[in-house]
Write a protein that binds this ligand. Sequence first.
Ligand SMILES: O=P(O)(O)OC[C@H]1O[C@H](OP(=O)(O)OP(=O)(O)O)[C@H](O)[C@@H]1O
Ligand code: HPA
Ligand SMILES: [Mg+2]
Length: 187
Amino acid sequence: MLEKDLGDDLKSVLITKEEIDAKLAELAAAIDEEYAGRDVLLVGVLKGAVMVMADLARALSSHVTMDWMAVSSYGAGTQSSGVVRILKDLDTDIKGKHVLIVEDIIDSGLTLSWLLSNLGSREPASLEVVTLLRKPDAAKVDIEVKWVGFDIPNEFVVGYGLDFSERYRNLPFVGTLAPHIYGGTED
Ligand SMILES: O=P(O)(O)OC[C@H]1O[C@H](OP(=O)(O)OP(=O)(O)O)[C@H](O)[C@@H]1O
Ligand code: HPA
Ligand SMILES: [Mg+2]
């Protein structure tokens, strides 16, 4: 799957496109069951969640609407700064709506923890989270997440929406970055 001419930028493929597709179908079935007969507003967290949102939304049978929020805590680095900034707010008033936050990754959990309290204060009827990836060993805050695709090791990953300095988002799989790209040490 390295046909996109990545040279030696990647250390390994962690999750293949086929594994992502199968997992999203599984998550979509569980989400459809939970929201049966109810409208759900999917809130995608830009930019990383674009691929998850696009593929998950198409796998759902529920009536959904979509909105987007852009926040940033990483800038160009590989460590969360912990300081969350709103770059784009929702267009929708979520009061009384069933809101499902769609994320690509929960790493330290700081972004999501902040989002949950921010969106929670807007009085949605319900507020849940679906994330494709989570790094349990990197958690700095405890968050309850209803739907998790894959728990992964505490390594910086790219692809399927995830970037390093805005690159690699368009890879169809999730891979780990070679240390020489981000200045880490070989192991
Ligand atoms: O759990 P945390 O340590 O807070 O990290 C998770 C967040 O970091 C990434 O976003 P980023 O700020 O890099 O923006 P991007 O989606 O535009 O790349 C990712 O998409 C999550 O939103
Ligand atoms: O491992 C990661 N890769 C890319 N972006 C991220 N944002 C949080 N963690 C990561
Ligand atoms: Mg990023």
